[in-house]
Ligand binder design. Structure first.
Ligand code: ADP
Length: 262
């Protein structure tokens, strides 16, 4: 039996197709999220890659900010539960999950069976989310996927004092105009996001092992800087942008084997 997890975020759509709750048959990421063609495209792509049709899927579980806007879904589950479940599958010893997405960041404490025991979330302010990095990457004329590579060349990160993304963008533009090095600005930008999210993590209690998920975990410096900030080792979950979709597919599978169907 196959279950699907569809994670519809504010900036991207992710799908995992899972066989018997164990084997990932296909996965897809489309870099546009709720309110766009992204979710349907990501789903179609995952089906096509596995050579399957909609009728072959026993249960579709949607998660993420746009989970109620996917008519094909059978169930909707919060992304906090799905990230916890997805992490539990790959790193069962994890105690704290840091999920930084396109427009929010969450720190989640997980219990011994992969359920959520507490969480803190920032969804009010773009600073401390992927959006901040997207905006700064544009100013620095690199794709956000290249930001860590640029920042890795830095010897002295530029400090960004503005707490608001719009003001921080102007601040960065003036620093570049005054001759600041692009790599130093890139490093300062990543540090700024990490510092904000670390504040969130400390509110939930930074208990190790700590792991990172979400699209921003693909930036290899984020975990390294987070480790410096928190004073605990921070591990990145492999394929962390897909953890929510994996968790949704696993929760769907658990419902299916308990006899809960559409
Ligand atoms: P959401 O679920 O909120 O839509 P994601 O968890 O998919 O968001 O994260 C999207 C964010 O991840 C983007 O805003 C971007 O900053 C970051 N991101 C996406 N792809 C990459 C990449 N290849 N390298 C670094 N950062 C990335």
């Amino acid at each position: 039996m196959i279950t699907a997890g569809v994670d519809i975020g504010s900036s991207s759509s992710k799908v995992v197709l899972l066989e018997e709750g164990q084997k990932i048959l296909s996965k897809s990421v489309v870099p546009i999220g709720t309110g766009t063609s992204g979710p349907a495209r990501a789903f179609e792509q995952a089906l096509a890659d596995a050579d399957l049709r909609r009728e072959d899927i026993a249960l579709i579980t949607a998660t993420g900010y746009g989970r109620y806007n996917f008519p094909d879904s059978d169930y909707q589950i919060s992304e906090i539960s799905c990230h916890a479940r997805g992490v539990f599958e790959v790193l069962p010893e994890a105690q704290t999950v840091i999920d930084i997405g396109g427009q929010d960041a969450k720190a989640v404490r997980i219990g011994s069976n992969g359920t959520v025991t507490s969480f803190v979330m920032n969804d009010k302010c773009a600073a401390g989310t992927g959006r901040f990095l997207d905006v700064m990457a544009r100013v620095l004329e690199v794709d956000v996927s290249q930001l860590a590579e640029l920042a890795a060349e830095s010897r002295s990160a530029v400090s960004i004092s503005s707490t608001c993304t719009v003001f921080a963008e102007s601040e960065v533009i003036s620093q570049l105009a005054r001759g600041a090095l692009r790599q130093d600005v890139a490093s300062g930008t990543i540090r700024s996001v990490v510092r904000r999210v670390a504040g969130l993590v400390n509110r939930v209690g930074a208990i190790g092992p700590i792991v990172m998920t979400g699209g921003v975990s693909l930036n290899r410096l984020v975990a390294q800087f987070m480790q410096d900030e928190l004073g605990w080792p921070v591990t990145v979950v492999p394929d962390g942008q897909l953890t929510g979709a994996l968790g949704a597919a696993l929760i769907g599978w658990n419902m299916y084997i308990k006899g809960i169907t559409k």
